[in-house]
Design a protein around this ligand. Structure first.
Ligand SMILES: Nc1nc2c(ncn2[C@@H]2O[C@H](COP(=O)(O)OP(=O)(O)OP(=O)(O)O)[C@@H](O)[C@H]2O)c(=O)[nH]1
Length: 306
């Protein structure tokens, strides 16, 4: 038998306000991450955290709008949200065990059921969150109610607060990911959410003013990030090496600009923001590449925003 294929993909958590989505996201990632940029929706997906294992990479993203109560309860889901949902591999639908399944949950359930039934649509894993707050009978009833709501791939009770079944949930979600390569560099991103933020700041700076020409055609990956050795505390400097992947040579030219002028501006703008974020001086090394490797798999490309 050959060794099992590498899997990778995207997941997002949805559910009514206060359902426990943030707490569960943090528990899944195993550390408190706060990659909230304060500027929602400047990128297509806000990465909340990445779980990298030797054979899998799971990227948890925020769903624009869906975690906002008013959008969710009041209106039909807008196209952006539906598109985002359709693009992820797994949706984790959170329903708090201490609340009865209500109209808000039913509304979301219906939208999710539609997305899940689409051809090659995402799998939906339904979670009874905050399981620690109720007794066994109540929990059992809640699970049955959830099961009746839609075509969920799994239904599982979890307590993020007590760590109950968090690992089991992670395993279920990972089990639903398609085969695919590792999309983000190793380990450090889980430990250093700053790297994700840095990538987003660079992406934002690089798209400034050329959004129309590069719609979703730019993926940014922080390759290396570390303190420059041999410097004293007063003169700390963080070296950051970043790759910007574009689809075509023409787009590379747009990003770089005449004689590199645009890339220098992008670098300087991004550097200022990164310095503000990290509180350290930064040497930012930007490389623009045409992403041949990423082009082989159209599904991966669209997930990455290409
Ligand atoms: N007892 C218990 N409380 C939890 C658990 N998970 C979350 N909570 C609490 O429930 C409340 C809401 O949790 P959040 O994670 O902020 O919920 P959310 O779905 O992200 O909320 P919104 O941002 O409003 O959509 C907080 O007070 C949490 O401390 C859990 O597993 N057990």
């Amino acid at each position: 038998m050959s060794k099992p294929a590498h899997r990778s993909g995207f997941a997002c958590l949805v559910g009514r306000p206060n359902a426990g989505k943030s707490t569960l996201t943090n528990a899944l990632i195993g550390a408190k991450v706060a990659i909230t940029s304060g500027r929602p929706q400047t990128t297509r997906h806000t990465v909340r955290g990445i779980i990298t294992r030797p054979d899998t990479q799971l990227i948890l993203i925020d769903t624009p709008g869906l975690h906002r109560p008013r959008t969710l309860l009041g209106e039909r889901l807008n196209t952006l949200v539906t598109d985002t949902l359709a693009e992820v591999d797994v949706i984790v639908f959170c329903l708090p065990a201490d609340q009865n399944v209500g109209p808000g949950d039913r509304y979301i359930a219906q939208q999710l059921a539609d997305v899940a039934r689409a051809r090659r649509g995402p799998k939906v894993v339904a979670v009874a969150t905050k399981a620690d707050l109720v007794d066994r009978d109540r929990l059992a009833r809640h699970l049955l109610d959830i099961d009746a709501l839609g075509p969920w791939t799994h239904v599982i009770p979890v307590s993020a607060r007590e760590g109950y079944q968090v690992q089991a949930l992670a395993d279920l979600v990972i089990g639903e990911l398609p085969e695919g390569p590792q999309l983000y560099p190793d380990g450090e991103l889980t430990d250093e959410p700053e790297a994700v933020m840095v990538a987003e700041l660079v992406r934002e700076a690089a798209l400034e003013g050329v959004r129309d020409e590069l719609p979703h055609s730019l993926a940014v990956v922080v390759e290396e990030m570390g303190l420059r050795p041999g410097r004293d505390e007063q003169h700390r400097l963080v070296d950051i090496r970043v790759n910007l992947f574009v689809e075509r040579p023409s787009q590379k030219a747009i990003v770089i600009g005449r004689a590199g002028s645009r890339l220098r501006e992008v670098g300087s703008r991004a550097r200022q923001e990164i310095e503000a974020l990290l509180g350290d001086r930064v040497f930012l090394d930007l490389h623009v590449k045409v992403a041949k490797d990423w082009q082989r798999d159209p599904k991966q490309l669209s997930r990455l925003g290409f």
